[in-house]
Every structure is written in C-alpha cells, then in structure tokens.
Design a protein around this ligand. Structure first.
Ligand code: SAH
Length: 461
C-alpha cells in the first residue's frame, strides 16, 4: 500500500488553500463540506471561493503567498496555476511538518484526494494511489449508481441505537452479531423504502429481544474455497468468511481468499503438505471444537469442495458429537475448476458419458485402485493427488486395457495466474515430464476429452 486511507476530522480546523481558480474551488468545496475553516491566498479569488471563505470563517488573503500564511494551519493545499510556486509552498509547509497536497504534482505532497461516494455518515473513498484517477472515478460512478441514497439514513438509524444496544448487551462480540443479523434481515429494505418509523420500531423490538447467549453461541462453517481463483468463491462462502472470528485454512486455500476474512479475525494456518502435516487431522478437529466452545464463529476454509477428498466428513464428526451448530458450504472442486480453466469438458457427447474422481495418493509407495473400472474409453477419469504416482497410474491403466494413445492432461496450480497445462498420452507423458519441475497442486485428467484442450483452452494467464 502506497497510501494509508484514513478519515480525518477537520471540523473547525484551519486549512489553507493556495490558489483562487477553478481547481482551488473544487478543493475548497470539499474542505468546506468537511467543516474546515478555509482560508485562501491568491491574487485573484473567484466569487464562489470567496463565499466559501466567508461561510467557513476563514480569511481571504487576496495577494501573493507569504510564509506567515502557514501559521496555525492544520493542512495546506497547493492549487495555484504555477507549478513552481506550488512546489515552493509545499516545501515550506513540509518544513513546518504540515501535511500538504499538491494538486498538479501528487508526488510532491503527503496526501492525495480520493474519489468519494458520499452517503454521509457513510463515506466511501476510492483511490488508485495516483496511478489512474480515471479508473477511480469509473469505480466511483459504478458505486454511485448501485448504492441507494438512503444508505446514510440507515447508518444514522444504527448510530441512534448504539447506546440502547450497549445497555442491553455488554459483550462487544454479541453486539457485532446483533448488527450483522439486523443487516441481513428486513431492516435494510424498510429504511431503503423510506419507512423510517417502521424500521425504528423493528430495531427497537429486536433490541428488546436480543439474547446474548443465543447470539454468542459458537458455530463452525465448513467452507469450500474453490481451487484457487478467489472469483470462484460462492456468495455464501464469502459471507460466512466475513462473519467468522477465527479462520482455519489449508495450504490449498489461495492467499487472496484468506485476505477476505474480517480484519480482526484470528487466522490459523493448519496447512498440510503431502507427507508434511503441519497439524495432525485430530488436532484440527479438536481445534474447531475448542474455538466453537469459546462461543466463536469458526470458519474452516478448505481448498476445493470440503466433501471431495477434503476430509470434511472427519472434521464435522466431532462437531456433531459435541452438539455444536455447523454449516457446510460447497466449493468448486479442483476437477471442475481445472477442467473449466483448461478448456477440457469433463463430459461430452462425442467423448465421454461419465466422469470419475479418484485419488492417486500412494500408500506405501503404490497407488491402489480398482483399475479394471477405470479403463472405459467413454469415461473421463480425474486423479487428485496423483503427480507422484503418475507413472504407475499410466502403467496400470494401460495394463488393464486403456489404450496407450489415450490423451492425458496434467494441470498444475489450476485456475491461478500460475496455471500450467501439460498434455500427452498415457504412453508418452511420464517420460515427457521426467526431470521437469512441476508445481503442486496438480490434477490429472485422463480421457478423450483432453483432446479438446487445444481448441477450448481459453485461460492464458
Ligand atoms: N477438496 C479438494 C481436494 C483436496 S485433495 C477439492 O475439492 O478440490 C488435494 C488435491 O486436489 C491436490 O493434490 C490436487 O490433485 C487437487 N487440487 C486442488 N487444487 C488444485 C489446483 N488449483 N490445481 C490442480 N490441482 C488441484
């Protein structure tokens, strides 16, 4: 992050604007809206700016800038039409430790102005860190059109009920959950529809009935995070992830996804690499129970889908036994994700009528599978955890009757920016990748559908 976005209380504070034209006016309006006491220094000051100065209680200094103009100011904005003068004033202000903005040269100053969506008291500021103001403005117009004007009313209503809720619930976590539930309910619609008094009555009833022990009961969310690309999360996964007090995540969960958790959530890495267990499964199960019993909302994030080679069943077993509430959220499993992003339809009327997901994980050095059931020419077989056993998989499939020229694909780090797809045949692929560095996780897809990859492979990271 090149800049820290903060919200600055300027009410009643003196701010100096150097410049009296159109550009200065735009900043003057903003300063005025935030309640600052605006002073302007410039040989010529436009009428509206002069009016702002009068209304805000500042001084209109219609002359050239003088160093003493900086005395007592809380911030300075250089908005004259003279670049050298702007730079000079900025340098003097900085020497005095005053925060300064230079409109035509953001690099010279300490802060920049974001684009703003104003639904006071809700304020959304959007900044591209100076990289592209046009992009920031585009985002702003998208938000402007999708955020009803009454959002501010909703925030005002919530502010009015903060104290009554505090009196009812002294636990801060319970209060947060109360608000989250309230915002998930019909309250928002009432306010947005302009039915303020009904909304108020509804909120007041809800506070009367708020029950701390029910609100702060622990719960476990077993959530599928998909194969890697954060865009493949479901809405439900995102909602529960943002509700959780604790997030336990795997090695397979994309970094961008863990970042979506609440900022104050506790993040616990319980990742497993093959043969390298960060935490034994039993400990993970116990941890889930431990946090839930403390009354926490626990999100167990798993790569792909929790119920497909994800040990989801084992993890909820103990939770069920302990009588803890839980939810399971499906995710896009690696087979679907990798196949889609590699342009390999898992079924296709001309190629495969069925698809099978199997694990290629080796136990004691061998892949033990029901091989005779994996050799139908009209079935696609997807191997999870199969890279290390790849040669054995190919040999066994051929030994049990699958043709040596059957196409096979290896998808490494599927759906991410580092996705790599390597194709070959059962006969050729093991030799072809010998000695090549292939990054985990990898998925193996076997079957005639793989021949469609050159035509349908659309994702080129
Ligand atoms: N529950 C997960 C699977 C966990 S088993 C799911 O539904 O996807 C772990 C195996 O999944 C890995 O060894 C690999 O075979 C596969 N896998 C998971 N994410 C992958 C990805 N982004 N690219 C390729 N394979 C992946």
């Amino acid at each position: 992050m090149e800049f820290l976005p903060i919200s600055w209380r300027l009410q009643g504070k003196p701010a100096l604007l150097a410049g009296g034209g159109e550009v200065a006016l735009r900043k003057g309006r903003l300063l005025h809206r935030s309640g600052a006491k605006v002073s302007v220094v410039a040989p010529q000051v436009c009428d509206e700016l002069r009016e702002i100065v009068v209304q805000s209680g500042g001084a209109c200094l219609q002359r050239a800038f003088a160093p003493a103009d900086l005395d007592g100011q809380a911030l300075v904005i250089c908005a004259t039409d003279n670049r050298d003068l702007n730079a000079d004033i900025a340098a003097q202000a900085q020497q005095r430790g005053l925060p300064v903005n230079v409109v035509d040269n953001p690099a010279l100053g300490d802060f920049i102005f974001p684009a703003i969506v104003d639904r006071s008291p809700v304020l959304i500021s959007i900044s591209s860190s100076g990289a592209s103001p046009v992009l920031a403005r585009k985002l702003r117009s998208q938000l402007e059109s999708s955020l009803p004007a009454r959002w501010g009313r909703l925030a005002d209503l919530m502010a009015r009920f903060r104290q009554p809720l505090k009196a009812k619930l002294d636990n801060i976590g319970a209060r947060r959950l109360f608000w989250e539930q309230a915002l998930d309910g019909p309250l928002v619609e009432k306010v947005l529809a302009g039915k303020d008094s009904e909304a108020e009555a509804m909120l007041s009833d809800a506070i009367d009935q708020a029950d701390a022990s029910r609100l702060s009961r622990g719960e476990v969310y077993l959530v599928g995070a998909g194969p890697g690309d954060p865009d493949l999360l479901t809405f439900r996964a995102l909602r529960l992830l943002q509700k959780a007090d604790v997030v336990l995540y795997d090695r397979l969960v994309g970094k961008g996804i863990v970042d979506l958790a609440r900022r104050d959530a506790e993040l616990v890495y319980v990742g497993k690499a093959r043969d390298k267990h960060a935490l034994p499964q039993d400990n993970i199960n116990e941890l889930l129970v431990h946090y839930a019993k403390q009354g926490k909302k626990v999100c167990r994030l798993k790569g792909g889908d929790p119920f497909i080679f994800g040990r989801g069943g084992e993890e909820i077993d103990l939770i069920v036994a302990e009588g803890i509430d839980f939810q399971v959220v499906p995710g896009i499993t690696a087979a679907s994700g990798c196949a889609a992003y590699a342009g390999i339809p898992l079924t296709h009327r001309d190629h495969a009528q069925s698809v099978r997901f199997v694990t290629g994980h080796r136990q004691d050095g061998t892949v033990t599978l029901d091989w005779q059931h994996l050799v139908s020419e009209t079935e696609t077989v997807v191997f999870y955890m199969g890279l290390v056993g790849l040669r054995q998989i190919c040999d066994q499939l051929m030994a049990h009757g699958r043709r040596g020229d059957t196409p096979i694909a290896l998808v490494s780090r599927g759906t991410t920016d580092l996705q790599e797809v390597i194709t070959g045949t059962l006969e050729s692929l093991p030799d072809a990748i010998e000695g090549r560095e292939i990054h985990a996780p990898t998925l193996i897809i076997v079957g005639s559908v793989v021949s469609l990859h050159p035509k349908f492979g659309w994702f080129k990271p």
